[in-house]
Design a protein. Sequence first.
Lengths: 412, 412
Amino acid sequence: MNTATGAPARPRPAAAATQATLREHNLSLVARIVLGAPTAMSRADVAAATALTRSTVSRLVDDLLTGGLVREVAKVGGGLGRPATPVVADDRLCALGLQVNATFLLARLVALDGTVVAEEAVDGDFVGSDPAEVLPLMGACGTRVVAAGGEDRTLVGTGLALPGIVRPETGTLLRAPNLGWPTLDPEPMLAAPELGPVLVGNEADCAAVTVAQPVPGRPDGPQDFIYLSGEIGIGGAAVLGGRVMRGQHGWAGEIGHVCVDADGPACPCGSRGCLERYAGLRALQTAAGLPTTAGIDQFAAACRAGDEAALQSLATATGALETALVSAVNLLDIPAVVLGGHLGRLGALIAPDLAARLGSRVLAGRFGGPTVTVDEHVEDRAPAATGAAITVLEGVVDRPAAWIDGARRARG
Amino acid sequence: MNTATGAPARPRPAAAATQATLREHNLSLVARIVLGAPTAMSRADVAAATALTRSTVSRLVDDLLTGGLVREVAKVGGGLGRPATPVVADDRLCALGLQVNATFLLARLVALDGTVVAEEAVDGDFVGSDPAEVLPLMGACGTRVVAAGGEDRTLVGTGLALPGIVRPETGTLLRAPNLGWPTLDPEPMLAAPELGPVLVGNEADCAAVTVAQPVPGRPDGPQDFIYLSGEIGIGGAAVLGGRVMRGQHGWAGEIGHVCVDADGPACPCGSRGCLERYAGLRALQTAAGLPTTAGIDQFAAACRAGDEAALQSLATATGALETALVSAVNLLDIPAVVLGGHLGRLGALIAPDLAARLGSRVLAGRFGGPTVTVDEHVEDRAPAATGAAITVLEGVVDRPAAWIDGARRARG
DNA sequence: ATCATTTGTTGCTTCACACAACATAATAGT
DNA sequence: ACTATTATGTTGTGTGAAGCAACAAATGAT
């Protein structure tokens, strides 16, 4: 884990701080300690981990208990002295993650401890589909998954991952080229108010969240990296200090449209020779002479079988990735590249080669160059659904007091 | 001004917050309000601008007064009611900015209100120089400038801008290719302990600070942009939310080594076809058939006179800039590009062309594309010295309580 | 001269955390 | 079995920062 290096600078104070700010901060701190610990922690453990006193921690933990963020488990004897009362993430607090993809819809209920409580997928071909038909399907699917989660769950809210350009602040989709969707506001179109507030995010951004934070509130794995999500095109995200970088319009990290060859083929994005034209799934299929229905595993098999055309297009793709990543790694001065989606499934075919090439070409080369690894979730076809749910849960962990007071008010 | 978009995400709480944290936060807030206001503000004005009460503001302002960050000025009648006691930045609090360049050393004493109190330059040729000789010269120059500032100034510390790769945390220079300097630790080599703690920074990073924050504590102008600093090579910085992005090793934003042509000429950095090979001053001089002693204004004159070779190399440079910036702008999703150094002096020759080309090629094109402007400080040959001093002063504004308590302890 | 209006200060309250003492519940030693 | 030891968690008091309300101060309007 590595938060120090690329971590964003402390933002300037914009609003006055009151004692409520202090409580919010420390509640969040304690919640993260409990959620992030590999094993259950007692109040005394938390006090030792923070600079807070046992009495203060006790009060904060009690607040988190009433808010349903954490849960006491059976006392454990073991050592000397009074046995501790361990506290863990409360798995009754859940968020729903939704993902709309070219070939499937998927809803996944994720608990605060990171477990998948329930899940359902709807397969289909959603390229060129009508959002007014698809989104209600997605909403209904989500509702079924929430119901399958059982009675005693508390749903915090819903995250929706879409393969397109998204403005997270307003929750609008600007364009989803691979689905053929125009600008739209997805939340009402889901027609499922019972799913709570809906956070909309880009598919690659959401998937990148699961790399930096596989479990809510528990940063793990690289915290500074470039994530490449290969789907039909190539999505990307830049994670700095464990946070996904957004940029002005919300598409920071979109490495798929970094220019690889100024004289290359035109791209619908307006530029020429974009990485996506060389390493996107469509590009690989075409160059290898495979049908567009061929999966990436078919392409990988052709490569391993020594197919000339396939190997040629793989080499072109690797070269394009090299060029794009050299620029990106130098520009962001970032120590790691993580391959997801179809690029992750090609992992062994390209990762070592790519790592060697980057090591000899980036400024950081003399320090070993960036690592190139495959996303551990590559076998999961919908990591973005998990990431969307985690992002929603993160919102609660970020501002526990707001949630606790809200829950308390709702209860009476 | 535009801080919302590219602003770094709020970092996760890492340490427990106490009431001291609260005071520090609000002191910083009040200081920034006073320093950032275009006109002097009374305590009541500050209370209105923040959500703080007049009584709280009064106490905070009193603390800032004792710390020497702000100063009361003559009461101003004007309107109805009791006349206010306006408070402004105290110009007796100063930081020293030092800059070592290929052709000069410069020391500049900058006050908290942004005024330049004193300045001295030493011209020379420092390419291939011995840092053990040059840095003491720089230190002595700084000492003279501090003395010239007068008796009643309080020196907070010193910032040193160097044309090379720097690790700000440790204050070490890793490499300064254009000076021919190896890895070294500049602070002791200045041999000037009276200059206080020395903050070391990269030249482009420091210069970029003056674009986002021309006066300490007063964000002004673009807050999210890519800065290009043309010197012998091309330095660069990425500013997000008004803060210079550092990256893992400290060279984030180094756009000079973004790859423009994968088959281009080799670059000492290890890559090929770097932007610097096409748009650096040396590259322009060579391509235009000018001697390396020719200044950028001579090159510009040749272009305006219609010189074939000069125009050709200008076109090559603009094309290279276009390619590099398309990648960078897409990757960072950033709305502005600011040209400094020799690229700024070419401003009118390249900025409009570049803006048009970017507008048609970046993802944001349909929203107007990034603006391309010339750094307002382009006539100042040492904006980095100012930026280094501002960065030091920023440290005090960021943590006023630490400074005030330190000052109080020192006084007795 | 009196009143209205705005500024800045003062005294009291509230709230969050620190500190210290204590109650609690287990193990270790005799 | 009984006591000492040790660690956990709670309680009660103190401190410090901000909120609130009342008031003193200084000026313009009537």
